[in-house]
Design a binder for this molecule. Sequence first.
Ligand code: GCB
Length: 586
Amino acid sequence: MQKMADFLTPDYESEYLNKDATAKDLVFMGGRASISLNGNWNYTIDPYDTCLRQKWFKEIYKDDEGRTLPVDFSFDTWEEIELPCNTNTVKPEFFWYEGPVVFSKTVRLKETDLAHDHICLRIGAANYKCRVFINGQYVCEHFGGSTPFMYDVKEYLKEDNRIVLVSDNTRNRYHVPTENTDWFNYNGIYRDIELVLLPGDYIKDLKIALVPGSAFKKIKVTVRTSSDSGVVKVNIPELNISELLSVHNGTAERELDASPLLWSPESPKLYDVTVSFCEDTVSDKVGFREISVKGNDIFLNGEKIFLKGISVHEDSDATGKALTDEERMETIRVAKELGANYLRLAHYPHHENMAKLCDKEGLLLWEEIPVYWAIEFDNPDTYNQAENQLEELICRDYNRASVIIWSVGNENPDTDERFKFMSSLADFAHKYDETRPVSAACLVDGKTLSIKDRLAEKLDIIGVNEYMGWYSPNFDELDMLFKNSNPLKPVIITEFGADATAGLHGTVDDKGTEECQAEIYRRQTETIKNIPYIKGMSPWILFDFKCPRRTSSIQGFYNRKGLITSDRKYKKPAFYVLQKFYREKN
Ligand code: GCB
């Protein structure tokens, strides 16, 4: 009967929409014990969402009278897949697959594991919706394809467990991002999966940073705890800091006197920080630096800085979005070879290790949430998804010195609904993090050919995407754009660029050739260098990347605006034009 009912219930999804894992469920991760669930899982694509419709996770193999029923799944004999990964990259026939994928794993836990008061499932990222089932029960869902989620699953666990995950990358108008993007919508569970073991009283969150305007002499520590009161111990041995802070209403907060060596790209000094509360201890490696904005300038540690950057997607021919640390290090190395001190991580939160590696290697970062192009700005649910992703991102990366700017979106139409939506996000970012400027990559105002966007009043730094010489063929408009503008805040040219197919040659006027791309970089940099209010740039983009919208015979489903080919092997001539510009900028 149950199987009869499932296809008679069109609204099968509604019962899974009531238990969201949100930013409020995230727990600080540094130095924590956990059980990795990476590795082999059984899986199937499930194009008709039958796992949710028929409730496969309940594993009903017999009817009430003990007779064997036919089933449409076989958790333990499905093919194996090694998670994390993008399902699209494991088989050529899955490349264009968009829809639910079901993963199953049996997990044996020791008595000592189960003795922990809290056991949280943490998934670094699953695109876009992910539903979790443990031992036949629905546990939670998460919306948002690039931020981590966590949920206390202790009550569902026993010694032998079956965990079923359903991730679904079906694009949807009301999601963030929406249906239409200029990048590939990879499927699957593509960042780490783990069970995090926590004691009864534990540290929920640790934020630590230099106090803005304290002449680099004060460090503010904020610790949120699971219980209302108690004492938190903060240790930074290299700074001779060992302090006890009392917890009131679940928060301990203090400004500590200190004179740390300041973190910068030239000297990325990190300090070991340890915080304890009851039986719980967490740790982090933290750099102390101040990023600020005044007039048209950006300051790092009180000194004016020009952000010599390049934009990057999280995409690789080999691994899709499930990049390895080696690939991330390669990106950092190549950016440094380019002469960059800064990366724009476009257009969504990249893996948390990227910011950790940039902390260590000394690169500044712009981090962004995928409020991209025209999304449903008038939909409160869409807003909640965007704000939750922003909170998850800030919560994850607050302690990363490399991260200097939060971006609340990219190229959005200047409508009233969008103004309200993105103003609220900017206000949220300011409230949640008082130490970092907020920005967004805005469109040029086509009517006045100037930098003019109502959102600018809510931003500390104005990002501008302009494609003079490419989408706007008249290059002379670039001069006019800058002459027509008088921004009262620093401007970063968050994008300019041009496609170039490696090996395609012609004159500088032949679109798509290496020569044309190099010429556009030459003219752009020549113009930008004379504009006093431009304080940084992140041209589009370091590597060619996969993109379903790009179907011409020379694109072949790739956006070819990279300075380097997607296999990361060939540097186009524009790479060297930008390298020369950045070297001379010193
Ligand atoms: C843009 C977008 C970026 C695209 C790029 C392009 O303005 O922000 O996501 O990939 O242009 O190549 O058209």
